[in-house]
Design a protein around this ligand. Sequence first.
Ligand code: BES
Ligand code: MN
Ligand code: ZN
Length: 496
Amino acid sequence: MSLNLSLLRALPSDIDTDALIVAVFEDQGLSPAARQLDEASAGRISALLKSGDISGKAGRSTLLLAVEGIRAPRIVLLGMGEAAKVDSGKYLKAAAESLRSLRGGPVARVHSTLPQIEVIGRDDAWKLRQAALAAFHVSYTYTATKKSARISSLTTLSLDGDAAHADQLRLATGIAEGVTLARELGNLPPNICNPAYLAETAQKIAAANDSVSLEVLETEQMRELGMGSLLAVGQGSANPPRLIVLRYNGAGEGVKPQVLVGKGITFDTGGISIKPGPGMDEMKFDMCGAASVLGTFLSAVRLGLKINLVTIAAAVENMPDGASYRPGDVLTSMSGKTIEVLNTDAEGRLILCDALTYAQRFEPDTLIDVATLTGACVIALGKHAHGLMSRDDALAAELLAAGEASHDRAWRMPVWDDYQPMLDSSAADMANIGGKSAGAVTAACFLARFTEDTQRWAHLDIAGTAWDEGRKGMATGRPVGLLVEWLMGRQQSSAA
Ligand code: BES
Ligand code: MN
Ligand code: ZN
Protein backbone atom coordinates (compact mmCIF):
# COMPACT_ATOMS: atom_id res chain seq x y z
CA MET A 1 0.00 0.00 0.00
CA SER A 2 1.52 3.22 -1.05
CA LEU A 3 -0.29 6.47 -1.29
CA ASN A 4 1.20 9.75 -2.47
CA LEU A 5 -0.17 12.51 -0.33
CA SER A 6 0.07 16.22 -0.90
CA LEU A 7 -1.54 19.51 -0.03
CA LEU A 8 -2.95 21.59 -2.83
CA ARG A 9 -4.80 24.85 -2.78
CA ALA A 10 -6.18 25.68 -6.20
CA LEU A 11 -9.45 26.37 -7.97
CA PRO A 12 -11.25 23.00 -8.01
CA SER A 13 -12.35 23.45 -11.64
CA ASP A 14 -8.70 23.73 -12.76
CA ILE A 15 -7.24 20.76 -10.92
CA ASP A 16 -5.72 17.98 -13.00
CA THR A 17 -6.97 14.87 -11.22
CA ASP A 18 -9.16 11.82 -11.90
CA ALA A 19 -11.80 12.75 -9.36
CA LEU A 20 -12.80 15.69 -7.18
CA ILE A 21 -14.54 15.27 -3.86
CA VAL A 22 -16.74 18.17 -2.75
CA ALA A 23 -19.39 18.61 -0.07
CA VAL A 24 -23.01 19.64 -0.41
CA PHE A 25 -25.18 20.48 2.58
CA GLU A 26 -28.80 19.87 3.41
CA ASP A 27 -29.49 23.41 4.51
CA GLN A 28 -26.96 25.70 2.85
CA GLY A 29 -26.61 23.78 -0.40
CA LEU A 30 -23.22 24.09 -2.00
CA SER A 31 -19.95 24.21 -0.10
CA PRO A 32 -17.48 26.86 -1.34
CA ALA A 33 -15.74 24.26 -3.50
CA ALA A 34 -19.04 23.08 -4.95
CA ARG A 35 -20.03 26.67 -5.63
CA GLN A 36 -16.83 27.28 -7.54
CA LEU A 37 -17.50 24.20 -9.65
CA ASP A 38 -21.06 25.40 -10.17
CA GLU A 39 -19.83 28.71 -11.52
CA ALA A 40 -17.26 27.03 -13.75
CA SER A 41 -19.91 24.71 -15.15
CA ALA A 42 -22.53 27.37 -15.82
CA GLY A 43 -24.78 26.27 -12.98
CA ARG A 44 -24.86 22.50 -13.61
CA ILE A 45 -24.52 21.61 -9.95
CA SER A 46 -27.08 24.00 -8.54
CA ALA A 47 -29.49 22.86 -11.24
CA LEU A 48 -29.09 19.23 -10.19
CA LEU A 49 -29.56 20.19 -6.56
CA LYS A 50 -32.71 22.06 -7.47
CA SER A 51 -34.11 19.18 -9.48
CA GLY A 52 -33.46 16.83 -6.58
CA ASP A 53 -30.95 14.69 -8.47
CA ILE A 54 -28.33 15.45 -5.89
CA SER A 55 -28.93 15.85 -2.20
CA GLY A 56 -27.13 17.33 0.74
CA LYS A 57 -28.53 14.66 3.04
CA ALA A 58 -25.89 13.01 5.15
CA GLY A 59 -24.64 9.80 3.60
CA ARG A 60 -25.95 10.56 0.09
CA SER A 61 -23.34 10.85 -2.59
CA THR A 62 -23.57 11.35 -6.34
CA LEU A 63 -20.98 10.86 -9.02
CA LEU A 64 -21.03 13.34 -11.90
CA LEU A 65 -19.12 12.48 -15.05
CA ALA A 66 -17.59 14.79 -17.65
CA VAL A 67 -19.04 18.07 -16.49
CA GLU A 68 -18.33 20.78 -19.02
CA GLY A 69 -16.04 23.54 -17.79
CA ILE A 70 -14.37 21.32 -15.20
CA ARG A 71 -11.03 19.73 -15.88
CA ALA A 72 -11.45 16.65 -13.64
CA PRO A 73 -13.55 13.98 -15.39
CA ARG A 74 -15.38 12.97 -12.20
CA ILE A 75 -16.95 14.82 -9.29
CA VAL A 76 -18.17 13.12 -6.16
CA LEU A 77 -20.80 15.29 -4.50
CA LEU A 78 -20.96 14.26 -0.89
CA GLY A 79 -24.07 14.94 1.17
CA MET A 80 -22.98 16.14 4.60
CA GLY A 81 -26.31 17.00 6.29
CA GLU A 82 -26.60 20.35 8.02
CA ALA A 83 -23.48 22.46 7.70
CA ALA A 84 -23.36 23.47 11.35
CA LYS A 85 -23.79 19.90 12.57
CA VAL A 86 -20.79 18.18 11.02
CA ASP A 87 -19.03 16.50 13.92
CA SER A 88 -15.87 14.40 13.98
CA GLY A 89 -17.72 11.16 13.36
CA LYS A 90 -19.60 12.46 10.32
CA TYR A 91 -16.47 13.99 8.89
CA LEU A 92 -14.41 10.80 9.26
CA LYS A 93 -17.18 8.69 7.79
CA ALA A 94 -17.47 11.00 4.79
CA ALA A 95 -13.71 11.08 4.31
CA ALA A 96 -13.59 7.29 4.18
CA GLU A 97 -16.83 6.66 2.25
CA SER A 98 -16.04 9.16 -0.49
CA LEU A 99 -12.78 7.35 -1.23
CA ARG A 100 -14.24 3.89 -0.77
CA SER A 101 -16.73 4.63 -3.54
CA LEU A 102 -13.79 5.28 -5.88
CA ARG A 103 -11.26 2.66 -4.85
CA GLY A 104 -12.57 -0.15 -7.07
CA GLY A 105 -12.83 1.81 -10.31
CA PRO A 106 -10.44 3.42 -12.74
CA VAL A 107 -9.60 6.31 -10.42
CA ALA A 108 -5.97 6.64 -9.32
CA ARG A 109 -5.68 10.35 -8.48
CA VAL A 110 -8.13 12.12 -6.20
CA HIS A 111 -8.39 15.66 -4.94
CA SER A 112 -10.52 16.16 -1.85
CA THR A 113 -11.87 19.52 -0.77
CA LEU A 114 -13.44 17.96 2.30
CA PRO A 115 -10.88 19.49 4.73
CA GLN A 116 -12.37 22.91 3.87
CA ILE A 117 -15.62 22.29 5.65
CA GLU A 118 -16.24 23.25 9.26
CA VAL A 119 -16.12 20.40 11.76
CA ILE A 120 -17.32 21.04 15.30
CA GLY A 121 -14.38 21.55 17.62
CA ARG A 122 -11.67 20.69 15.09
CA ASP A 123 -9.00 22.76 13.36
CA ASP A 124 -7.38 22.50 9.94
CA ALA A 125 -4.50 20.39 11.23
CA TRP A 126 -6.89 17.80 12.60
CA LYS A 127 -9.04 17.71 9.48
CA LEU A 128 -6.02 17.20 7.25
CA ARG A 129 -4.38 14.54 9.37
CA GLN A 130 -7.62 12.61 9.72
CA ALA A 131 -8.46 12.86 6.02
CA ALA A 132 -5.04 11.42 5.25
CA LEU A 133 -5.50 8.65 7.81
CA ALA A 134 -8.90 7.82 6.35
CA ALA A 135 -7.28 7.53 2.93
CA PHE A 136 -4.68 5.09 4.23
CA HIS A 137 -7.44 3.15 5.90
CA VAL A 138 -9.45 2.82 2.71
CA SER A 139 -6.37 1.98 0.63
CA TYR A 140 -5.46 -1.04 2.74
CA THR A 141 -6.41 -4.39 1.28
CA TYR A 142 -5.70 -7.73 2.90
CA THR A 143 -4.00 -9.85 0.22
CA ALA A 144 -1.64 -12.17 2.11
CA THR A 145 -3.90 -15.22 1.71
CA LYS A 146 -6.58 -13.84 -0.61
CA LYS A 147 -4.99 -13.48 -3.99
CA SER A 148 -8.30 -12.58 -5.61
CA ALA A 149 -8.69 -9.48 -3.42
CA ARG A 150 -9.40 -6.30 -5.32
CA ILE A 151 -6.69 -3.90 -4.37
CA SER A 152 -7.37 -0.20 -4.19
CA SER A 153 -6.84 1.79 -7.37
CA LEU A 154 -5.99 4.95 -5.46
CA THR A 155 -2.37 6.04 -5.73
CA THR A 156 -2.42 9.79 -5.27
CA LEU A 157 -4.43 12.01 -2.99
CA SER A 158 -4.22 15.76 -2.73
CA LEU A 159 -6.04 17.50 0.07
CA ASP A 160 -7.19 21.07 0.09
CA GLY A 161 -4.91 22.63 2.64
CA ASP A 162 -2.25 25.17 3.41
CA ALA A 163 1.35 24.09 2.80
CA ALA A 164 2.05 25.12 6.39
CA HIS A 165 0.29 21.92 7.44
CA ALA A 166 2.62 19.55 5.59
CA ASP A 167 3.69 18.05 8.89
CA GLN A 168 0.20 16.60 9.32
CA LEU A 169 0.79 14.41 6.28
CA ARG A 170 4.06 13.17 7.74
CA LEU A 171 2.30 12.38 11.02
CA ALA A 172 -0.54 10.61 9.25
CA THR A 173 1.91 8.53 7.24
CA GLY A 174 3.77 7.46 10.38
CA ILE A 175 0.58 6.63 12.26
CA ALA A 176 -0.85 4.77 9.27
CA GLU A 177 2.19 2.51 9.12
CA GLY A 178 1.53 1.33 12.64
CA VAL A 179 -2.21 0.99 12.08
CA THR A 180 -1.58 -1.03 8.92
CA LEU A 181 0.84 -3.36 10.68
CA ALA A 182 -1.69 -3.94 13.46
CA ARG A 183 -4.44 -4.66 10.92
CA GLU A 184 -2.31 -6.99 8.85
CA LEU A 185 -1.15 -9.04 11.85
CA GLY A 186 -4.72 -9.22 13.10
CA ASN A 187 -6.07 -10.38 9.77
CA LEU A 188 -3.48 -13.08 9.17
CA PRO A 189 -4.78 -16.57 9.94
CA PRO A 190 -3.63 -18.33 13.11
CA ASN A 191 -1.76 -21.03 11.22
CA ILE A 192 0.54 -18.30 9.90
CA CYS A 193 0.48 -15.67 12.62
CA ASN A 194 1.66 -17.80 15.56
CA PRO A 195 4.00 -16.72 18.36
CA ALA A 196 7.13 -17.31 16.25
CA TYR A 197 5.65 -15.20 13.44
CA LEU A 198 5.04 -12.29 15.79
CA ALA A 199 8.66 -12.58 16.95
CA GLU A 200 9.86 -12.55 13.33
CA THR A 201 7.81 -9.43 12.71
CA ALA A 202 9.51 -7.74 15.65
CA GLN A 203 12.86 -8.92 14.31
CA LYS A 204 12.16 -7.16 11.01
CA ILE A 205 11.36 -3.92 12.83
CA ALA A 206 14.56 -4.20 14.85
CA ALA A 207 16.71 -5.01 11.82
CA ALA A 208 15.43 -2.00 9.92
CA ASN A 209 15.99 0.58 12.67
CA ASP A 210 19.26 1.39 14.43
CA SER A 211 17.52 2.92 17.42
CA VAL A 212 15.67 -0.34 18.13
CA SER A 213 16.80 -3.41 20.03
CA LEU A 214 14.98 -6.69 20.43
CA GLU A 215 15.02 -9.54 22.87
CA VAL A 216 12.83 -12.61 22.39
CA LEU A 217 12.42 -14.86 25.40
CA GLU A 218 11.65 -18.51 24.72
CA THR A 219 10.24 -21.18 27.01
CA GLU A 220 13.48 -21.99 28.80
CA GLN A 221 14.24 -18.37 29.70
CA MET A 222 10.68 -17.80 30.83
CA ARG A 223 10.92 -20.89 33.02
CA GLU A 224 14.07 -19.52 34.62
CA LEU A 225 12.23 -16.27 35.32
CA GLY A 226 9.43 -18.22 36.95
CA MET A 227 6.68 -17.30 34.49
CA GLY A 228 4.54 -20.24 35.54
CA SER A 229 1.29 -18.54 34.64
CA LEU A 230 2.16 -17.54 31.08
CA LEU A 231 3.81 -20.89 30.37
CA ALA A 232 0.79 -22.83 31.64
CA VAL A 233 -1.43 -21.21 29.02
CA GLY A 234 0.94 -22.23 26.22
CA GLN A 235 1.71 -25.76 27.36
CA GLY A 236 -1.03 -27.40 25.30
CA SER A 237 0.16 -25.90 22.04
CA ALA A 238 2.60 -27.18 19.43
CA ASN A 239 3.58 -23.55 18.85
CA PRO A 240 5.68 -22.57 21.85
CA PRO A 241 5.26 -19.11 23.39
CA ARG A 242 7.49 -16.09 22.90
CA LEU A 243 7.88 -13.00 25.01
CA ILE A 244 8.84 -10.29 22.56
CA VAL A 245 10.59 -7.24 24.00
CA LEU A 246 11.29 -4.29 21.71
CA ARG A 247 13.12 -1.21 22.95
CA TYR A 248 13.44 2.18 21.35
CA ASN A 249 15.52 5.04 22.68
CA GLY A 250 14.29 8.35 21.35
CA ALA A 251 14.90 10.34 24.52
CA GLY A 252 18.07 10.63 26.53
CA GLU A 253 19.55 8.07 28.86
CA GLY A 254 17.91 8.16 32.24
CA VAL A 255 14.50 9.15 30.90
CA LYS A 256 12.03 6.58 32.19
CA PRO A 257 10.38 4.60 29.42
CA GLN A 258 6.77 4.27 28.48
CA VAL A 259 6.02 0.55 28.56
CA LEU A 260 3.30 -1.07 26.46
CA VAL A 261 2.25 -4.69 27.01
CA GLY A 262 0.04 -6.53 24.53
CA LYS A 263 -2.00 -9.73 24.78
CA GLY A 264 -0.88 -11.92 21.92
CA ILE A 265 -3.01 -15.06 22.08
CA THR A 266 -2.50 -16.08 18.47
CA PHE A 267 -5.49 -18.38 18.77
CA ASP A 268 -7.86 -18.77 21.70
CA THR A 269 -9.78 -22.04 21.64
CA GLY A 270 -10.56 -21.57 25.32
CA GLY A 271 -8.32 -24.57 26.08
CA ILE A 272 -9.93 -27.36 28.13
CA SER A 273 -12.77 -24.93 28.94
CA ILE A 274 -13.30 -25.00 25.20
CA LYS A 275 -15.30 -22.33 23.43
CA PRO A 276 -18.41 -23.14 21.40
CA GLY A 277 -17.78 -23.77 17.70
CA PRO A 278 -19.69 -20.93 16.04
CA GLY A 279 -17.51 -17.88 15.67
CA MET A 280 -14.46 -19.51 17.20
CA ASP A 281 -12.45 -18.55 14.10
CA GLU A 282 -12.68 -14.94 15.29
CA MET A 283 -10.32 -15.87 18.09
CA LYS A 284 -7.49 -15.46 15.60
CA PHE A 285 -7.94 -11.79 16.53
CA ASP A 286 -7.06 -12.54 20.15
CA MET A 287 -3.55 -11.25 19.43
CA CYS A 288 -4.76 -7.78 18.48
CA GLY A 289 -3.45 -6.30 21.72
CA ALA A 290 0.03 -7.47 20.79
CA ALA A 291 -0.48 -6.35 17.19
CA SER A 292 -1.52 -2.88 18.33
CA VAL A 293 1.46 -2.39 20.63
CA LEU A 294 3.79 -3.56 17.86
CA GLY A 295 2.07 -1.15 15.48
CA THR A 296 2.32 1.68 17.98
CA PHE A 297 5.99 0.89 18.43
CA LEU A 298 6.58 1.03 14.68
CA SER A 299 4.80 4.39 14.47
CA ALA A 300 6.83 5.83 17.35
CA VAL A 301 10.05 4.78 15.65
CA ARG A 302 9.01 6.07 12.23
CA LEU A 303 7.93 9.38 13.69
CA GLY A 304 11.15 9.63 15.68
CA LEU A 305 9.25 10.43 18.87
CA LYS A 306 11.40 11.83 21.64
CA ILE A 307 10.49 9.18 24.16
CA ASN A 308 11.94 5.96 25.44
CA LEU A 309 9.61 3.09 24.70
CA VAL A 310 9.52 -0.57 25.62
CA THR A 311 6.96 -2.79 23.94
CA ILE A 312 6.29 -6.28 25.25
CA ALA A 313 4.17 -8.69 23.24
CA ALA A 314 3.17 -11.86 25.09
CA ALA A 315 2.64 -14.36 22.28
CA VAL A 316 0.97 -17.62 23.25
CA GLU A 317 -1.51 -20.07 21.75
CA ASN A 318 -4.32 -21.46 23.95
CA MET A 319 -5.12 -25.03 22.86
CA PRO A 320 -6.76 -28.14 24.35
CA ASP A 321 -4.36 -31.08 24.50
CA GLY A 322 -3.12 -33.86 26.77
CA ALA A 323 -0.47 -31.45 27.98
CA SER A 324 -2.85 -28.52 28.51
CA TYR A 325 -3.37 -26.78 31.81
CA ARG A 326 -6.72 -27.52 33.33
CA PRO A 327 -9.43 -26.07 35.55
CA GLY A 328 -8.35 -26.67 39.13
CA ASP A 329 -4.65 -26.22 38.43
CA VAL A 330 -2.82 -23.80 40.71
CA LEU A 331 -0.13 -21.77 38.95
CA THR A 332 2.73 -19.83 40.46
CA SER A 333 3.23 -16.55 38.64
CA MET A 334 6.54 -14.74 38.25
CA SER A 335 5.48 -12.41 41.06
CA GLY A 336 5.26 -15.39 43.41
CA LYS A 337 1.50 -15.01 43.73
CA THR A 338 -0.46 -18.22 43.14
CA ILE A 339 -3.50 -18.45 40.89
CA GLU A 340 -6.24 -21.06 40.85
CA VAL A 341 -7.44 -21.71 37.33
CA LEU A 342 -11.21 -21.96 37.34
CA ASN A 343 -11.56 -21.48 33.62
CA THR A 344 -8.81 -22.01 31.04
CA ASP A 345 -10.62 -19.56 28.75
CA ALA A 346 -9.69 -16.69 31.07
CA GLU A 347 -6.15 -17.05 29.71
CA GLY A 348 -5.37 -13.47 28.69
CA ARG A 349 -4.90 -12.28 32.26
CA LEU A 350 -2.70 -15.32 32.92
CA ILE A 351 -0.18 -14.34 30.27
CA LEU A 352 -0.45 -10.63 31.00
CA CYS A 353 0.25 -10.97 34.71
CA ASP A 354 3.69 -12.39 34.03
CA ALA A 355 4.38 -9.90 31.25
CA LEU A 356 3.36 -7.06 33.61
CA THR A 357 5.66 -8.39 36.33
CA TYR A 358 8.48 -8.60 33.79
CA ALA A 359 7.73 -5.02 32.71
CA GLN A 360 8.58 -3.72 36.17
CA ARG A 361 12.29 -4.19 35.47
CA PHE A 362 12.17 -1.30 33.01
CA GLU A 363 10.97 1.05 35.76
CA PRO A 364 8.15 2.42 33.63
CA ASP A 365 7.08 6.02 33.72
CA THR A 366 3.75 4.63 32.55
CA LEU A 367 2.67 1.03 32.01
CA ILE A 368 -0.23 0.31 29.69
CA ASP A 369 -1.53 -3.11 28.73
CA VAL A 370 -3.76 -3.67 25.73
CA ALA A 371 -5.86 -6.79 25.42
CA THR A 372 -8.88 -8.40 23.80
CA LEU A 373 -9.58 -9.48 27.33
CA THR A 374 -13.27 -10.01 27.97
CA GLY A 375 -16.53 -10.71 26.21
CA ALA A 376 -18.06 -8.70 29.05
CA CYS A 377 -16.41 -5.56 27.71
CA VAL A 378 -18.09 -6.15 24.35
CA ILE A 379 -21.43 -6.44 26.13
CA ALA A 380 -20.78 -3.24 28.08
CA LEU A 381 -19.39 -0.96 25.38
CA GLY A 382 -19.92 -2.62 22.00
CA LYS A 383 -17.60 -1.78 19.16
CA HIS A 384 -17.15 1.93 19.60
CA ALA A 385 -15.27 2.52 22.86
CA HIS A 386 -12.32 0.69 24.33
CA GLY A 387 -12.70 -0.14 28.02
CA LEU A 388 -10.23 1.93 30.01
CA MET A 389 -9.32 0.98 33.56
CA SER A 390 -6.83 2.85 35.70
CA ARG A 391 -6.52 3.79 39.32
CA ASP A 392 -4.56 6.87 38.31
CA ASP A 393 -6.95 9.72 37.49
CA ALA A 394 -4.34 11.81 35.70
CA LEU A 395 -3.33 8.94 33.44
CA ALA A 396 -6.95 8.03 32.75
CA ALA A 397 -7.62 11.64 31.77
CA GLU A 398 -4.62 11.66 29.43
CA LEU A 399 -5.76 8.50 27.69
CA LEU A 400 -9.38 9.61 27.39
CA ALA A 401 -8.17 12.90 25.88
CA ALA A 402 -5.86 11.10 23.45
CA GLY A 403 -8.84 8.98 22.42
CA GLU A 404 -10.94 12.09 21.76
CA ALA A 405 -8.15 13.81 19.86
CA SER A 406 -7.59 10.83 17.58
CA HIS A 407 -11.27 9.86 17.53
CA ASP A 408 -10.15 6.43 18.75
CA ARG A 409 -12.13 6.70 21.90
CA ALA A 410 -12.11 4.92 25.24
CA TRP A 411 -14.55 4.95 28.14
CA ARG A 412 -13.53 4.53 31.73
CA MET A 413 -14.68 1.74 34.01
CA PRO A 414 -13.72 1.27 37.67
CA VAL A 415 -10.95 -0.87 39.15
CA TRP A 416 -12.13 -0.35 42.72
CA ASP A 417 -10.93 -2.63 45.48
CA ASP A 418 -14.58 -3.32 46.25
CA TYR A 419 -14.52 -5.82 43.38
CA GLN A 420 -11.37 -7.62 44.54
CA PRO A 421 -13.10 -10.19 46.81
CA MET A 422 -14.78 -11.61 43.69
CA LEU A 423 -11.38 -13.13 42.87
CA ASP A 424 -10.98 -14.93 46.22
CA SER A 425 -9.94 -18.56 46.08
CA SER A 426 -9.55 -21.18 48.80
CA ALA A 427 -6.77 -22.96 46.91
CA ALA A 428 -4.58 -20.02 45.90
CA ASP A 429 -3.93 -16.31 46.38
CA MET A 430 -6.58 -15.62 43.78
CA ALA A 431 -8.81 -17.25 41.21
CA ASN A 432 -8.52 -16.39 37.53
CA ILE A 433 -12.22 -15.53 37.17
CA GLY A 434 -14.55 -13.40 39.21
CA GLY A 435 -18.00 -14.77 38.56
CA LYS A 436 -20.85 -13.66 36.37
CA SER A 437 -21.09 -9.93 36.89
CA ALA A 438 -18.63 -7.12 36.07
CA GLY A 439 -16.43 -9.40 33.99
CA ALA A 440 -14.43 -6.61 32.39
CA VAL A 441 -13.81 -5.00 35.77
CA THR A 442 -12.78 -8.16 37.61
CA ALA A 443 -10.35 -8.97 34.79
CA ALA A 444 -8.76 -5.53 35.31
CA CYS A 445 -8.78 -6.10 39.08
CA PHE A 446 -6.83 -9.30 38.49
CA LEU A 447 -4.21 -7.40 36.47
CA ALA A 448 -4.07 -4.64 39.10
CA ARG A 449 -2.65 -7.17 41.56
CA PHE A 450 0.46 -7.39 39.37
CA THR A 451 1.03 -3.68 38.80
CA GLU A 452 1.08 -2.41 42.36
CA ASP A 453 4.64 -1.11 41.95
CA THR A 454 3.67 1.20 39.09
CA GLN A 455 1.61 4.23 40.00
CA ARG A 456 0.82 5.04 36.39
CA TRP A 457 -0.74 1.82 35.08
CA ALA A 458 -3.72 1.55 32.75
CA HIS A 459 -5.50 -1.30 31.03
CA LEU A 460 -7.28 -1.05 27.69
CA ASP A 461 -9.80 -3.79 26.94
CA ILE A 462 -10.16 -3.80 23.16
CA ALA A 463 -12.31 -6.93 22.86
CA GLY A 464 -15.07 -4.96 21.13
CA THR A 465 -12.96 -2.55 19.12
CA ALA A 466 -10.06 -4.54 17.66
CA TRP A 467 -12.01 -6.03 14.78
CA ASP A 468 -15.34 -5.81 13.02
CA GLU A 469 -17.29 -8.94 13.71
CA GLY A 470 -18.97 -11.21 11.20
CA ARG A 471 -17.79 -13.17 8.20
CA LYS A 472 -16.23 -10.19 6.52
CA GLY A 473 -14.86 -8.79 9.75
CA MET A 474 -11.41 -7.31 9.60
CA ALA A 475 -8.96 -5.92 12.13
CA THR A 476 -9.41 -2.20 12.75
CA GLY A 477 -5.89 -1.31 13.88
CA ARG A 478 -7.27 0.28 17.02
CA PRO A 479 -6.02 1.53 19.48
CA VAL A 480 -2.85 2.50 17.60
CA GLY A 481 -4.35 5.95 16.92
CA LEU A 482 -5.06 6.57 20.60
CA LEU A 483 -1.69 5.27 21.76
CA VAL A 484 0.41 7.20 19.25
CA GLU A 485 -1.52 10.36 20.06
CA TRP A 486 -0.85 9.79 23.75
CA LEU A 487 2.85 9.07 23.15
CA MET A 488 3.20 12.27 21.14
CA GLY A 489 1.93 14.12 24.21
CA ARG A 490 4.45 12.35 26.44
CA GLN A 491 7.30 13.87 24.45
CA GLN A 492 6.81 17.39 25.78
CA SER A 493 6.22 16.39 29.36
CA SER A 494 9.13 13.97 29.68
CA ALA A 495 11.46 16.35 27.82
CA ALA A 496 10.53 19.16 30.21
N1 BES B 1 -10.35 -13.61 24.19
C1 BES B 1 -11.45 -13.78 25.05
C2 BES B 1 -12.30 -12.53 25.19
C3 BES B 1 -13.13 -12.17 23.99
C4 BES B 1 -14.35 -12.80 23.76
C5 BES B 1 -12.73 -11.17 23.15
C6 BES B 1 -15.12 -12.42 22.69
C7 BES B 1 -13.51 -10.79 22.09
C8 BES B 1 -14.69 -11.41 21.84
C9 BES B 1 -10.96 -14.14 26.45
O1 BES B 1 -9.81 -14.90 26.49
C10 BES B 1 -12.04 -14.93 27.08
O2 BES B 1 -12.31 -16.00 26.62
N2 BES B 1 -12.63 -14.38 28.14
C11 BES B 1 -13.68 -15.03 28.82
C12 BES B 1 -13.46 -14.85 30.28
C13 BES B 1 -14.38 -15.65 31.14
C14 BES B 1 -14.05 -17.12 31.03
C15 BES B 1 -14.23 -15.19 32.58
C16 BES B 1 -14.98 -14.36 28.39
O3 BES B 1 -14.99 -13.15 28.21
O4 BES B 1 -15.96 -15.07 28.19
MN1 MN C 1 -10.20 -16.96 26.35
ZN1 ZN D 1 -8.54 -14.71 24.92
